[in-house]
Design a protein around this ligand. Structure first.
Ligand code: NCD
Length: 358
């Protein structure tokens, strides 16, 4: 089995993502991730196992006895939430997932309140967190930082797992897991995700959830991916290259209404203007045709679903919120279950939870 202690940082960081996977799995050989850094770590078998575990945790948690059992599973562990970028859902759902499993948590949400403000390097900060905690859940504006920290920690005398809760414009693997879990649940009794058409709309250039989810969907059979965006914000080349190399049926288009007609799922995203190179650059792009409202809803199949990683601005009209096809609220709660599943599996508790008597 490949080990991060046996490869230098330069050599590791230059590997293609899929080749990095082997270095990030648990040494115990159950195939589950130790560090979770990007979507390329998950194949279909792993996705199905995690979704099954999330279902199991959701079910067990319904009774008081079950919930109390879950709270014992990782009661001896502590997790650090290190979020140096704004977050509501991702922060709170990881926190709630830890609470479900009995994990005690600590957090830094603003680098200005930590010693980074005094000039400490991020490497030293992370090494500090790992002295007190058994897992670090981190969000950062810096692409690749989670990966660097994972390598650093695995090469330290106190390795602890890193869970990437959003890295720059790059990846958001746990969001993609919850998106897949939501799709699985939405199509559970209707033949699953295979053969579906998923339409992505909005800022596809800078939306990290799009890159991660687009990759995870390549694990399913005959899923068509349709990307709808203003020309300036269209899906980046690396995503297209991945789809090409995997023989995925995809299209880049500009007309949301046409795309909605063929969609089984519509994944709306907001304009990520925090990445604008000059102030107000995104505001000058005409995004008016990339919003989902009553007209689009009328075109959506009766069993189609609408997803959104949230937060939303005006890209989904509130008049859609009570339609049974609006899945974004349930999607949010699904995040708590799949994150609890991932954390439990990271610590090697998949089998124990699957086989427990509750
Ligand atoms: C997303 C993110 O942070 O990338 N939000 C989230 O984690 N639910 C999407 C966004 O901010 O638009």
């Amino acid at each position: 089995m490949a080990k991060l202690t046996e490869i230098g940082w330069e050599e590791f960081s230059a590997l293609p993502l899929e080749a990095k996977r082997g270095y990030l799995t648990r040494a115990e050989g159950d195939g589950m991730p130790y560090h979770t850094l990007f979507a390329q770590q998950f194949d279909r078998e792993l996705l199905e196992r995690l979704c099954a575990l999330a279902n199991r945790i959701r079910f067990i948690n319904k009774s008081k006895e079950g919930a109390l059992y879950l709270k014992t599973v990782l009661a001896h562990r502590r997790a650090m939430l290190y979020f140096s970028q704004p977050s509501s859902r991702t922060f709170l759902s990881h926190l709630a997932a830890c609470q479900i499993l009995g994990i005690t948590t600590g957090s830094v949400r603003d680098a200005a309140t930590s010693s980074e403000f005094k000039g400490e390097t991020k490497e030293d900060s992370i090494r500090t967190f790992s002295s007190y905690f058994d897992m670090i859940i981190m969000r950062s504006p810096e692409q690749g930082l989670a990966e660097k920290m994972a390598w650093e920690l695995s090469n330290s005398d106190r390795p602890v797992p890193i869970l990437n809760a959003g890295s720059g414009k790059d990846q958001h693997p746990t969001q993609a897991l919850l998106d897949i879990y939501t799709l699985m649940r939405s199509f559970e009794t209707k033949g699953g995700i295979d053969g579906r058409t998923v339409v992505f709309c909005g800022d596809l250039l800078r939306g990290r959830t799009v890159r991660s989810l687009s990759y995870l969907l390549t694990n399913f059979r005959d899923v068509r991916q349709v990307f709808v965006a203003p020309q300036e914000l269209h899906v980046p080349e690396d995503v297209v290259e991945t789809l090409k190399s995997k023989g995925v049926d995809y299209a880049l288009v500009g007309d949301l209404r046409e795309a909605v007609k063929e969609a089984d799922a519509v994944y709306m995203t907001r304009i990520q203007d925090e990445w604008d190179s000059s102030k107000g650059a995104s505001a000058r792009i005409d995004t008016s045709r990339f919003k989902f409202g009553a007209e689009e809803l009328a075109l959506l199949k009766p069993d189609g679903v609408i997803l959104h990683p949230l937060p939303r601005r005006d890209e989904i009209a509130t008049c859609c919120d009570h339609d049974p096809r609006a899945m974004y609220w349930r999607q949010m709660r699904n995040g708590m279950w799949i994150r609890a599943a991932l954390i439990a599996a990271t610590f090697g508790h998949e089998r124990a939870i699957m086989d427990c008597g509750y």
